[in-house]
Design a protein. Sequence first.
Length: 339
Amino acid sequence: MTGLSSAPCEILPAWYKEQARDLPWRRTCDPYAVWISEIMLQQTQVSTVIPHYLRWLKRFPDVHTLSRASEDAVLKAWQGLGYYRRARWLHKAARRIIEQHGGLFPTSLEDIQALPGIGRSTAGAIASICFGIPAPVLDGNVRRVLQRWTGRNTMTERELWPLAQKHVDGADDPGTWNQAMMELGATVCTPRMPKCDSCPVCDFCASKNRDPSLTAGSRKSPRPRMDLHWRIHLHLDANRGLWLIRRSEHSIWSGLWSPPISEMGQAPDTRPDHVHLLTHRRLLLYAHFESTPPDERTEGAWVHTTSRHALPTGIVQLLRRCRLLDADGQLITIAGASS
């Protein structure tokens, strides 16, 4: 099977309208809201995104409020989602929309894709869902569905893009088609255990009932994580609170706030106070309570609360393990802190 007959173009959208999950970003065609959801959903699970998405729209309901916000406010609102570069691109793109489009979200595929942080697939999702433009989407879910439909799990992006375009061109509603494809890949045509018996278009799939290794799609072996041992220098002052500095531009957690950090050459004999996993690194964090004052020549701040500063999740978890931070982000008073 090298293409798609007209039948799935009717069956799949009908299935989507009846079976799709009720997600908050599916209740609107507002391009700003759809854009925010698409960026948040990159490399982040739906269950994690939902509360962050709702809080974000309450904090930044439109492109104007986002463009006027400080970077610190944007990063703070993004806290907990990881991959903070996405938040910076959102902020930069919002200002671009104000400057170049008069505050109105662009309506052409070319102008959408020209915004910072928006690639071809994300642009296709926004353009098709919000403006009915027959632009394809090729995220991980759609890529897997197309590979299985054709029975060719080694198809390259150069082969997949024209195929995705052909299918969306044949759809009555490009936005519904793209969302149906993404939903099918996310809930039925899953990476490891595809639910072929529940698939509405399984009769058109070349991979149905074939060897599981052929239907699983090609998966790269995960890159082993590199261990980094970090000493977290905790400067506490009874009157001023906890000393935080802004992470440098090219460091891990760039632009976020944390206590000063130094890299340890070798693993110490003691166990780490907290272990935080990143995509390709394992951070082993060792809390060190300092008795000397910090170097206040660096960009930093004494804080009693983290409500205005975006801290990496790993640092928040470490501070809570050390009983320095409560659930609301308030610093817990420590007896014996320097004053």
